[in-house]
Design a protein around this ligand. Structure first.
Ligand code: C5P
Length: 228
C-alpha cells in the first residue's frame, strides 16, 4: 500500500530541481508546482510595467493586477501571466538578473506562498523552489535538498539556454547563478536553507536518470511508510 504525500524540492539555482520534480510528477502521476516560475512571472510584470520595486505601494498594486496560472500545453507545464503564455520570456536573462531582488520582497513572498499553499493543499503534489520544506510546506513527508558543483551547474545552464537559441556567455551565467544563490541564501525573509529533515542530493556526478531513480525510490519508501 502507498499513500499520496507532499514532496518538497529545494536547492540552489540550476541544480536540476525542476527536471527532477517533473520526472517524479510524471512517474507518480502527481501535480507539479514550479514556484520559481511564479517569482519569475512577477518579475517579468515588474520589468514590462516599469514597477518601482523599492516602493511597497507600487509592488502591492502590481500584485493586485497579477494573475498567475499553470496550464499543460503539449504535455509541458506552461506559465501564464494574466492569460498570456510567458513560459519563454520568464527564462530569459533580464528576468534572471532581477528575480532574486523581487523574490526577496516580503509582500511578494506572502502573496506567492499563499497561492502555493492553496494550489498544493491536496496530497500527491511535488513543488520545487527555495523555501518549500522550510516555509511553504514544513510538514511535507519528503524533503529533498539539491546541490551541485558550480561548474557543473553553469555548464548545464549554458547548454539549456543555447538549446533555446539564446546567446549568453559562460561567465555571464556563472555570475548570475552566484548572484542569485547569494541573495536567495542571505535574504531576511525565508532564505534558502536546508530543512533539518531534508535529504541532501548532490547531483554533480549523477545522470538525470540515476537521480530520478534514486529520488523515486525515496518517494515510494515514504509513501509506503505513510500507508503503514
Ligand atoms: O527555481 P528558479 O531558478 O526558476 O527560481 C528563480 C528565482 O525565484 C530564485 O533565484 C529565487 O530568487 C526565487 N524563488 C524563491 N522561492 C522559491 C522559488 C524561487 O525565492 N520558492
Amino acid at each position: 500500500m502507498e499513500k499520496k504525500i507532499t514532496i518538497a524540492v529545494d536547492g540552489f539555482a540550476s541544480c536540476g530541481k525542476s527536471t527532477l520534480a517533473k520526472g517524479i510528477a510524471k512517474a507518480l502521476d502527481y501535480a507539479y508546482i514550479d514556484t520559481g516560475a511564479m517569482y519569475r512571472a512577477v518579475t517579468l510584470y515588474c520589468i514590462e510595467n516599469e514597477v518601482n520595486i523599492k516602493d511597497d505601494a507600487s509592488i502591492q498594486n502590481a500584485l493586485d493586477a497579477i494573475d498567475i496560472r499553470f496550464k499543460t500545453i503539449d504535455g509541458k507545464n506552461t506559465t501564464f501571466l494574466n492569460d498570456k503564455n510567458v513560459e519563454e520570456d520568464i527564462r530569459k536573462m533580464p528576468v534572471n538578473n532581477l528575480v532574486s531582488e523581487v523574490a526577496a520582497i516580503s509582500l511578494v513572498r506572502r502573496a506567492m506562498v499563499r497561492q502555493q499553499q492553496e494550489m498544493g493543499k491536496e496530497k500527491g503534489v511535488i513543488l520545487d523552489g527555495r523555501d518549500i520544506g522550510t516555509v511553504v510546506f514544513p510538514d511535507a513527508e519528503l524533503k529533498l535538498f539539491m546541490t551541485a558543483n558550480i561548474n557543473v551547474r553553469t555548464q548545464r545552464r549554458l547548454l539549456e539556454l543555447q538549446a533555446k537559441g539564446q546567446t549568453v556567455s559562460l561567465e555571464e551565467i556563472a555570475k548570475n547563478l552566484q548572484h542569485r544563490d547569494h541573495i536567495d541564501s542571505t535574504r531576511a525573509d525565508s532564505p534558502l536553507k536546508q530543512a533539518d529533515d531534508a535529504i541532501v542530493i548532490d547531483n554533480s556526478n549523477l545522470s538525470e536518470s540515476e537521480q530520478l531513480a534514486m529520488c523515486l525510490a525515496l518517494s515510494k519508501l515514504r509513501m509506503r511508510e505513510e500507508a503503514s
